[in-house]
Design a protein around this ligand. Sequence first.
Ligand SMILES: [Zn+2]
Length: 245
Amino acid sequence: MSEVIFRFYEELNDFLSPRRRKRDFQVGFKGRESVKDMIEALGAPHTEVDLILVNGKSVDFGYIIQNGDRISVYPTFESLDIKDVTRLREVPLRQTRFIADINIRDIVKYMRALGLDVYYDASLLPREIIRISKRENRTILTKSRKLLKFRDVTHGIFIRAGTTVEQIRGIIDYLSLREFIEPFSRCLQCNKPLVRVSKERILERIPPKTREFYDEYSYCKTCDRIYWKGTHYMKIKKVVDEILG
Ligand SMILES: [Zn+2]
């Protein structure tokens, strides 16, 4: 039996059993084991890992661990000064787009309200989510660690427990997305960008009371929906302000 010593940093500790958090611990192993498989066996999805140091040198996921190795595992943490060492993937996707796993409908709705591009289809299977993620360079948002552990997954975010506001704020801060936020620029229903439309052009489609009170309207060409700043908007805006506050 061989042994290595692990230490996980920052929020990666959330994935470990309590007695292993924020300290060195020994792990035994037999035969050939990649560092990626060991990290995932300990509970951390590889998509959450940005840097692995073995005896002070950076290695990639395929590194085969050796008896006596001291392994430090760091999260995707932008403020960490790791310029001189190998990172496990390219810099974050330039134009950040997402695909959401099922069961996070509220996150999808409010992220779209912020103007962020979030693909969502409740009928997708995990393998289809991964396929679309790769094809369209979309970061996967999920509450399932299992999904993030698939070998093909390159960009993914594990949604931790919390309120919708906390969860979305977490994603925004994690990826430094504030400069890309443009509230109410995207269709909440189908995710396509909205266009401004003049009141005159859609007059016959607006209820009389609405016509009276509102002059600004947006339109989704894809699903033929009209948006204005009514009570529904006010409800969503309250949450949007809380997220950005
Ligand atoms: Zn639409």
